[in-house]
Design a protein around this ligand. Structure first.
Ligand code: ARG
Length: 577
């Protein structure tokens, strides 16, 4: 039951204002002492030419508002504050969660609409570093969130598999490449020869020319260069697939930059038709003064195309193929000017879907007191971060008997460490607003008592164990129609119920602002409120049968909420710990 809707309807009857308008005006008070909903009387005051304070007093005492789900109505200054009956709310929320199960918080607002979520998009032949992990984690979570709301989601990996650097790589491979090393550890070998190329290029300018020639041959479709490039691409994708598998990530399309090279001529002729291309020192650009942006370079002076042209082609292709409702690019903030320019070119060309393209940016990744085996290029590779996180989690679980069951096999413990270790990394990416820089620190991410994945996973497992114990002891949990659910009215119980009832809204907000953090924050609040409830009430030991089964139902609802929330974040829970 949606109290806001119901109360709006009541007030509509009383005031003659449309229900939808009241619903829009209704506020959620900042403090619980001010009630659960508040109706501000300013609008009515203008219409009735009466002070809002007087109107509030009048409304609050009207018997129409005496309904079973409202505990009390109070006038407070210009506001009418509604206090929902605690027992009524508890029963309504928990029954809904029990009935819907994992469908709780699902919606159909996205029905019939396609959202493209472009994320991850690493560059082939380069290590998968922690920055690419940021887009991967964000995009993966956003995809699941949009799906939960009924959207048709297309996950696109816009691979960086094109550009002059492949001329360098081909040249370097012919000079220094080692076949066996490439087989054994492709990305390391490709990185090694790439770095070697740059070291040698300084003293040997001919190398630069050879690389250019090789790239030109690649672009022209010369079979030898093409075969090498294909090999680098395939091997890179295989390496990326390992990372994606570990994180449970999958894509619908790997259409990368190279796929668009054929589309570029038609993009250029389209821009020419619209009379948008301007010559600038031999290059061709689109002027964007009216958008207060620097010109967007489309064709370089040597006639080759660049990153922006490939993005223009990709946006046009996506519109044609998917007729998207939204086209989201989950890419770091440093590329924000690039996307502003690309979207401005689309807009200037009169393509109305420009407004449906959105850059979802994110901050930098930093480390506090963490050492990793440094690789060439001084980057932190995601695999190293994951492995270290799992190893550290394993150590914590092994040295702390309270974090595992005595009958657990080595294999089970390893499985738990794996999920918690990977979950910790994911949660760190999603626990604050995406535009903020994030700082990894082992103390924080593996704090089983902190704002962390281990805390959520542990809370879930603990709740599951209460439910298992109840079954063993033959204690029944209340079903959705059981009136005893309205017995859940202590401060801790009610706080928890309210947080559970706000989960759907948190998910919607996460989607509308492309901020999974709106959701991670809610899940974390639920877990914290559950632990407060757990510490203050005896769930299985209570004397009253009805209360006991109502509390068990609350535990079940908490499990559903945490599982739903963590799934949407891309984190796996465990049943036992
Ligand atoms: N491959 C690029 C990089 O690693 C990111 C691609 C972003 N997506 C795009 N459509 N331009 O920096």
């Amino acid at each position: 039951m949606d109290y806001k809707v119901e109360i709006s309807a009541l007030l509509s009857k009383l005031t003659g204002i449309e229900s939808a308008e009241i619903h829009r005006l209704m506020e959620i008070p900042p403090q619980p002492e001010m009630g659960d909903y508040a109706f501000p009387c300013f609008t009515l005051s203008k219409q009735l030419r009466k002070s809002p304070v007087a109107i509030a007093v009048e409304l609050a005492s009207d018997p129409t508002l005496n309904v079973d789900y409202v505990d009390s109505v109070r006038a407070q200054g210009p506001y009418v504050n509604f206090f929902i009956d605690k027992g009524h709310l508890s029963k309504a929320v928990i029954s809904e969660i029990i009935l819907k199960g994992e469908q709780y918080a699902a919606s159909d607002i996205g029905q019939g609409k396609t959202v493209i979520v472009e994320f991850s998009s690493p560059n082939i032949a380069k290590p998968f570093h922690v920055g690419h992990a940021f887009t991967t984690v964000l995009g993966h979570s956003l995809s699941r969130i949009y799906e939960k709301l009924g959207y048709n989601v297309v996950r696109v990996n816009h691979l960086g598999d094109y550009g002059t650097q492949f001329g360098k790589l081909i040249t370097a491979y012919r000079l220094w490449g080692e076949e066996s090393a490439l087989e054994a550890s492709p990305i390391d070998e490709l990185l090694r020869i790439y770095v070697l190329f740059h070291e040698n290029e300084k003293d040997d300018p001919e190398l630069t020319q050879t690389a250019r020639d090789n790239f030109r041959r690649l672009e022209a479709g010369n079979p030898e260069e093409k075969a090498l490039w294909q090999r680098f691409r395939d091997l890179s994708l295989k390496a990326f697939a390992q990372v994606y598998n570990r994180m449970g990530v999958a894509f619908d399309s790997y259409k990368g930059e190279s796929d668009y090279s054929d589309h570029i001529p038609s993009v250029i002729s389209f821009l020419e038709e619209k009379d948008l291309l301007v010559d600038s020192e031999g290059a061709r650009v689109v002027m964007l003064d009216e958008y207060k942006l620097p010109p967007c370079l489309v064709v370089k002076s040597d006639g080759t195309t660049i990153y922006a042209s490939r993005d223009l082609a990709a946006a046009m292709y996506r519109h044609e193929h998917y007729n998207f409702h939204k086209n989201i690019y989950v890419v770091g903030l440093p590329q924000s000017l690039h996307f502003q320019q690309v979207f401005a070119v689309l807009d200037k060309a009169g393509l109305d879907y420009a407004k449906d393209c959105e850059h979802v940016g994110f901050g930098l990744v930093k480390f506090k007191n963490m050492k990793f085996s440094t690789r060439e290029g001084n980057i932190v590779v995601l695999e190293d971060l994951l492995n270290e996180s799992i190893a550290k989690t394993l150590e914590i679980i092994k040295t702390n008997a309270a974090l595992r069951q005595s009958d657990m096999t080595e294999e089970e413990i390893l499985e738990i460490a794996n999920k918690v270790g990977i979950g910790s990394v994911i949660y760190t990416y999603l626990k604050s607003g995406r535009e903020r820089d994030i700082v990894f620190s082992w103390e924080e991410m593996l704090d089983f008592d902190g704002d962390s994945a281990p805390y959520l996973i542990y809370t879930y497992a603990r709740t599951r164990s209460i439910l298992r114990k109840a079954i063993e002891q033959g204690i029944r949990s209340a079903d959705a129609f059981d009136d005893s659910l309205s017995l859940l009215t202590t401060e801790e119980e009610f706080a928890l119920v309210k947080l559970l009832s706000d989960l759907p809204e948190a998910i919607e907000k996460a989607a509308s602002s492309n901020e999974p953090f709106m959701l991670s924050r809610q899940v974390s609040r639920i877990a914290r409120a559950f632990n407060r409830f757990y510490n203050n009430s005896s769930i299985l030991g209570g004397a009253d049968d009805h209360l006991r089964s109502a509390r068990l139902a609350l535990c079940e609802a908490v499990c559903t909420a945490i599982k739903t929330g963590t799934y949407l974040l891309g984190i796996d829970v465990v049943e036992r710990m």
